[in-house]
Design a protein around this ligand. Sequence first.
Ligand code: ATP
Length: 333
Amino acid sequence: MKPRIMTLGSHSALQILKGAKDENFETIVVVKKNYEITYRSFPVADEIIVIDEYPEFKQLESQLVDKQAILIPHGSLFAAISTQDLAHNKVMYFGEKEVLALEESRKRQRQWLLDAGLTMPRIYNSPEEIDGPAIVKFNGAGGGKGYFLAKNAEEFYDKIETRHPGSYMIQQYIIGNPIYVHYFYSPLTDELEIMSMDKRYETNVDSIGRISAKDQLDLDLQTSYNIMGNMPLVARESMLADMLRMGRSVVDESKKLTNRGMFGPFCLEMVITPDMKYYVFEISARIVAGSNPFVNGSPYSDLRYNVPMSTGRRIAREIKNALEQGRLDKVIT
Ligand code: ATP
């Protein structure tokens, strides 16, 4: 029996499943009740398994092992299964599980990126240290929900009162253009590709400009960064060299920190300033939802492939190549 491609019904599942079908895999989606309508509406899943609540996902383990399912992780998977539980789960997993712990710890992630030579925004260790624009980020917020800006300790304490409790990080706010670069690194060929790029569409920060500055002040508006969707982007061509170098050094550094290093899709989330400094504020070591506008490929993937190549399809292509070469162990944990 040939392995089947499986993912959780959310985030970038449509793209992943479509890409798998394009590479001639059978597909399975595991979806929470009330969301299956999406996966019935688009013909990309050969099998739809509906669960009542995400914790039930764990109970499917032996069924999925029997079906030779290969789990493709995305950002919503961690709502269904903790990284600790995933570590022991026997379902085939596309990617290096060891990288999850590296990414999950803010401290370790930061050290990884700094050791790779990237520039990052400053971290303020206490509100009293804030001496310029700062963005306050909550742990596990998911998609920038509740984040706010503060320019000094007083403003921080004013605003934190009305926000949700829990741990947070205070980061230097970089004024520039946020760009999310989607990469793919192949452990089979040691090639690094830029698949696509996006910018985000967030409420309310992306809609504040629709009302006049006077109204903004009168309404005492505060910005929030709750993600609604993603928009395609193509960068100035001269920036690609820097972006490729950054992606490569992050991959190289990950090989020093874990057994096999990071492979498959990943994303560097950065703000680029007018003096062309790239401030990377986060890495996602898997497919990001910003790749969803490119189900049919991107200008970058068009330069390399003669079929429409989404990141989802690129994952399936890597698994297919590994199977053909008898090297499946190179791409799964
Ligand atoms: P995800 O985990 O899905 O990437 P998130 O919850 O971590 O999302 P971020 O992407 O980190 O959210 O940030 C939300 C918003 O804040 C984005 O618009 C991003 O560009 C902006 N942002 C984050 N950090 C900074 C920074 N240091 N300077 C300027 N803008 C920032």
